[in-house]
Unconditional design. Structure first.
Length: 346
């Protein structure tokens, strides 16, 4: 049985990055602390998560997928890289207005890459911060092109406040921009294909504007998609994840955040009873976003704090998290579409 894997984060600089990843979640490298993204789980070309500790210490995630794919991903996993990319993101400034392709568009526009659908959970938000996700009703391609030419694309965007705990789905083809003052956790397809429509006249470290990709972006936008809003999580039965009856109903909460064709994402919170997760033949990406917990697989235990992430292999039957304080964790699995059809999905 392959044990849960702790991975070394891959830190990314961007012009809009902030300091919270270093100051709040201890994501730092040397003396530099202004990071935009911390890629917690990645198997994407040269961006490879490296295992920290345990019997696979120092090995790359992609190497384990190739050499031990059945143990890691499950006996029915399709060939290819690890199917998900998980990251933390801190926006001190507003990100560019952008769009991601779907799988078919990515194959045509960026051969060798897959599409990029993603979802967010807000973990910090300054007063007045907001998202732009989707276009306002009635904005078609011609209208958007006019506003792009005039530099007034913000007038086309559907925006709403960012609040801690909100869950936002951003399917491929959705125009979006994360606003200044937001930090979030993001689960996505294993892709880094982004087409920028507008970058707020921002200059890079060399005083040059970053490239825009208006042509391919316009090819990828789904102009029929309705304006977005935060998702309403579906509450799950606590007995499925907790072995003991909580002393108070509010002691535990288990939610299904999103189920889409690429991934499923859940959120678990507890102030006492242990959270128990079964792999059910699929790997899991589990991240602590609040508090701390002692993780107990079959081979031992380990204390995890906020901002720490691990991959639970499919061969690890069950993993348990014993909260040390009020603890919240996110739990992502590849959608069953990632597996060949084997009958009822259950």
């Amino acid at each position: 049985m392959m044990p849960p894997l702790r991975l070394q984060p891959i830190l990314k600089q961007r012009p809009w990055g902030g300091r919270r990843l270093a100051e709040r979640w201890n994501k730092a490298s040397g003396r530099f602390v202004a990071w935009a993204e911390s890629w917690e789980v990645a198997d994407l070309g040269d961006d490879q998560s490296r295992v920290i500790g345990g019997p696979f210490d120092g090995q790359l995630l992609g190497q384990l997928v190739r050499e031990r794919g059945t143990e890691l991903l499950g006996p029915h996993a399709a060939p290819g890289p690890f199917p998900l990319l998980f990251k933390f993101l801190d926006a001190a400034e507003t990100l560019s207005v952008q769009v991601h392709p779907n799988d078919e568009q990515a194959a045509r526009l960026t051969p060798g890459q897959c599409g990029k659908s993603e979802a967010w959970v807000v973990i910090a938000a300054e007063p007045g911060s907001q998202f732009s996700v989707g276009l306002k009703s009635g904005v078609d391609r011609a209208t958007l092109e006019q506003h792009l030419a005039a530099g007034t694309v913000a007038d086309c965007l559907h925006s709403f406040p960012a609040r801690v705990g909100d869950v936002v789905s951003v399917p491929a083809g959705t125009v979006h921009a994360i606003g200044a003052g937001v930090a979030l956790a993001e689960i996505q397809q294993s892709s880094d294909v982004t087409f920028r429509l507008f970058d707020w006249h921002r200059l890079d470290a060399h005083g040059r504007p970053r490239p825009l990709h208006i042509g391919p972006a316009l090819q990828c936008i789904n102009f029929t998609r309705l304006p977005a809003s935060p998702l309403v999580p579906r509450e799950l039965d606590s007995s499925e994840f907790t072995d003991e009856t909580p002393s108070a109903p509010e002691a535990t909460r288990h939610e299904e955040l999103i189920v889409c064709e690429h991934f499923e994402w859940r959120r678990h919170s507890s102030s006492g009873p242990a959270i128990s997760l079964r792999t059910d033949g699929r790997c899991r990406v589990v991240s602590i976003i609040e508090g701390a917990a002692v993780m107990t697989p079959a081979a031992g235990s380990e204390l995890l704090g906020a901002g720490q992430t691990l991959v639970v292999p499919a061969s690890c039957d069950r993993v348990t998290f014993e909260p040390q304080t009020r603890c919240t964790l996110l739990d992502a699995v590849p959608a069953r579409q990632f597996l060949p059809h084997t009958g009822n999905s259950g």
